[in-house]
Structure formats: C-alpha cells, structure tokens
Design a protein around this ligand. Sequence first.
Ligand code: FA5
Length: 352
Amino acid sequence: MNTQTLQTLAQQFRADLTTVTSADELRELEIRYLGRKQGLVTELLRKLKDLSIEQRKKIGPQIQQLKVEITAEIENTESQILNFRSQISVDVTLPGEKIPVGHYCPLTTIRRQAEDVFRSMGFMVIDGPELESEYYNFEAVNIPAWHPAREMWDTFYVRDPERDKEMKRQGDEESNRLLLRTHTSAMQVRIMREFPLPIKAIVPGTVYRNEATDARHEKAFLNVEGLLVGKGISLQHLISVNRVFLKKVLGDDVQVRFRPGYFPFTEPSLELDISCLICKQTGCSVCKKTGWLEYMGAGMVHPNVLRAGGIDPKKYTGFAFGFGLDRLVMLKYGVDDVRLFRSQDLRFIQQF
Ligand code: FA5
C-alpha cells in the first residue's frame, strides 16, 4: 500500500460517482467504499496495522483524508439528488396524455357480427383464396367456358407464364387460368370435397368484378357465401336462416322480399331484397327510387354442383346463398355510396 494505491482508488471513486443516477445507487456506492465490513477505504484502514510505524505515520493520514473527501462528495451528490426531486414533484391527479387509437372499419365490425350470428346457428366460418382458378370460380359451379353468365361475372385475369407453359404442356389452356374470384361461390365445391356431410358453412371474403362503379357497385367488395348440404334440406330452411340473421343485424323494422332469380349453380334460384333503410322507402339513388335494395342471391344447390363436390344429388340436397356485406353495412348505417368504404377518406371512416 502506498500513495499511488490511494490515488488510483480516488480516481476509481470519481469515475464510479459519475455513473450514479439515483439515491439508491449512491447508497450502494457509499457502502462499496466506506461500508463498515468490506468498504474499500475501510479495508485500507484495517490493513494499516500490518505496516511499520513509519509507513503508518505516512499513509494513515492520507487514508483518513481520502475518507473525508469521499464522504463529502457523497453528501454533496445526495443533496443534489434531493434538490432535484423537490423541483420535479409530480401531480398524479393530472389527466394523462390522450393517445389516439384507431378503430375497426364498419365492414370489419359487421363481418365479425355476421360470423358470430352464423356460428350461433352452427355454421363454420371458412376462408378461401382471392386468387382463384378459373375452374373453381366458374366450371365447378356449372358455368362452363361457353356460358353467357361468364360475362355477368367478368373479372381480372392474372398471367403466370410458368403456369401457362405447364398448362399448355398438359393440353389444358383454359380451365386453370388464375383470376381474382368474382364470388365466394368459388368455395362451394372445395368445401364439399373437404368436409363430411352434413355441411354448414359460411365464407366471408373479398370478391372482384370488372364492371363500372356507381353508388351500389364497386370493383372489390365483401361477399358472404352460405352453404348447407344434408338430408331433406329445403328452401324453407334457407328463408328461415336468413330471416333470423337479418333481424339480428338490422333489427325488427327490416322488411325482406324474395323474388325469382337465375344463377347457373342453383335451381330453383331466388333473390332477396331488403327494404331501403336509407330513404325509408321514399326513394333515393341507392335504391334507384324503388324502395328496395338487392342484397342476396340464393337457391337450392344445382345437382351438377353437388356432383362436382362428390355428393349424390339423389340422396342429399342443399341451399346456398351469397350476400353483399357492403350493401348490408350501407343499410345499417345509412351510407349512401358503396365507394366510400374503400375511399381511404378519414372524414368518412371517423364517423363510425
Ligand atoms: C353472386 O355473386 C352469387 N355468387 C350469389 C349466390 C350464391 C347465388 C349462392 C346463389 C347461390 P351476385 O352477383 O348477385 O351473385 O352478387 C351477390 C350480392 O353481392 C348482390 O346481391 C349484392 O348485394 C352484392 N353485389 C353484387 N355486385 C356488387 C358490386 N359490384 N358492388 C357491391 N356489391 C355487389
């Protein structure tokens, strides 16, 4: 032990002191240097007895001096900390800072509500690909390449050169082209092939149409497909399920009407209209002044579709329906233009 040892210890203390950020850390530092049992300065004082008298006389006062300095610096830092604390007193009763949070788009809110209502009636909720093959979107649901209905459901085709080459090699150039699905009916045959009977499923998801837009028509919108296949299923089941659903979502005031329709994948087919809740049936641009809004296509699953799904149409029957979720949300909230939903306009979305 010599003067150099003391200088090194003093330097080390000052370096340690600069890292102190709280009263607790300062207390730890004090114990490390001045603690009665193992403090670094205390140790030096304890070792004095092993030195000769001359050395003791020389180094003893230096250690005492170091102890005084360290004590003073610790006290000084402590008062600085206390002073700082008194300056930054916090009023915990003040209201917190408001952090803006987002919320669901009404399409998502009602889609989830629709899923819950159908789940409560025993339907499973299934997802499907938006990029679909021509086969599942059209052929599997009884719309072969020559069928005029293809024009009604025109969409956007996707070119994939590698896939096209492979199809050409297999002599299949048409039926497996990729497209953006025009309806969630594209999932009907996939579901029939995958799940055992009886089948009770809904498929919510985005569909695409290559058509002009207006207050009721968008290029992309949400469709909800419903499919129930089993023994003895009739149109009566289709009507009851949808009445229950619409009352739950739109309330008791809603009026519905069924009228005959045509879809290649159902026979017989019908369409369901809802009374226009936007103008209360007095006539507006959404209902084209008719008081009714076309909301859903439906019918009994065509035997050809059941066969494509591997189901014997002599033993089983089923109903299917597909409704536009955007139209449902329009009616629920009185939105008078379907294009607003995907307009990215915050002034619109913040109203919900
Ligand atoms: C179909 O898409 C059939 N797949 C429905 C179906 C399923 C019939 C199962 C029979 C059995 P449609 O093209 O009519 O049908 O569309 C269904 C619903 O989607 C319409 O009733 C309407 O509510 C909504 N819809 C149709 N086109 C648009 C569009 N461009 N923009 C917004 N909603 C639309």
